[in-house]
Write a protein that binds this ligand. Structure first.
Ligand SMILES: [Ca+2]
Ligand SMILES: [Ca+2]
Length: 216
């Protein structure tokens, strides 16, 4: 009875730990990191803009033409069309946070529709308004996608159900494995103990000197 109660507690712990681990992993996979949310209030050039929270943002790992260079106006106009006056989601560089000139180094997202955001840095590259400059920071431009999924509350519920299913599956597998091992151990034990009890006791033929009868 004591073992059954203990085993029930172990099952509950496995279910919670595995489900929570799976949920954290899935949410991490299906969502992007967002450190700050603000509104773009001023476009400086193709890769720099100001936000309402009082910071100047430099788009991470991309370079657009400087003032006077070919493509400067096009890049600035593209960025303006994409984010000016819009709510922007900032993934701020966790390594240095600020770059030269005190600008926040960010991967920036803006709303696209109810289910997806646009990666602004990647949009500049895809539109050929910028080139890659992979600086030392938390970002790698080679893994970016243009659209990223928003994880809403409905998605979270779906991910939670999947995680619970993973947790239950793991609990069942562990129970089956333990049952299999216990059966194996007990059948081994039965074989060994039965063997011992059934083993014929072989006696050596001992001749007791006193019992040797001398022929008459
Ligand atoms: Ca970050
Ligand atoms: Ca980088």
């Amino acid at each position: 009875m004591r073992f059954k109660a203990l085993w029930g507690v172990i099952n509950a712990i496995v279910l919670v730990v595995v489900s929570w681990g799976a949920f954290s992993y899935l949410v991490g996979v299906y969502s992007v990191e967002i450190d700050e949310v603000s509104v773009a209030t001023y476009i400086v050039d193709g890769d720099t803009f100001d936000v309402a929270m009082g910071e100047r943002v430099r788009l991470a790992d991309v370079d657009t033409p400087e003032r006077g260079q070919v493509g400067y106006s096009e890049a600035s106009y593209f960025l303006e069309q994409l984010i000016y006056g819009e709510r922007v989601y900032l993934d701020v560089d966790d390594v240095y946070r600020y770059g030269p000139y005190g600008r926040l180094i960010c991967l920036v997202y803006v709303d696209f529709n109810s289910t997806h955001n646009v990666n602004v840095n990647e949009a500049l590259l895809v539109g050929d308004y910028a080139r890659v400059s992979d600086y030392d920071n938390e970002f790698s431009p080679y893994g970016w996608t243009l659209f990223v999924s928003k994880v809403g509350s409905a998605d979270r519920r779906r991910l939670l159900l999947i995680s619970l299913a993973v947790g239950l599956g793991m609990t069942v597998v562990i129970n089956l494995a333990v049952r299999f091992i216990r059966r194996g151990v007990s059948s081994c034990y039965r074989r060994v103990s039965g063997g011992i009890s059934r083993a014929p006791i072989e006696h050596e033929q001992v001749t007791i000197p006193g019992e040797i009868r001398t022929p008459l």
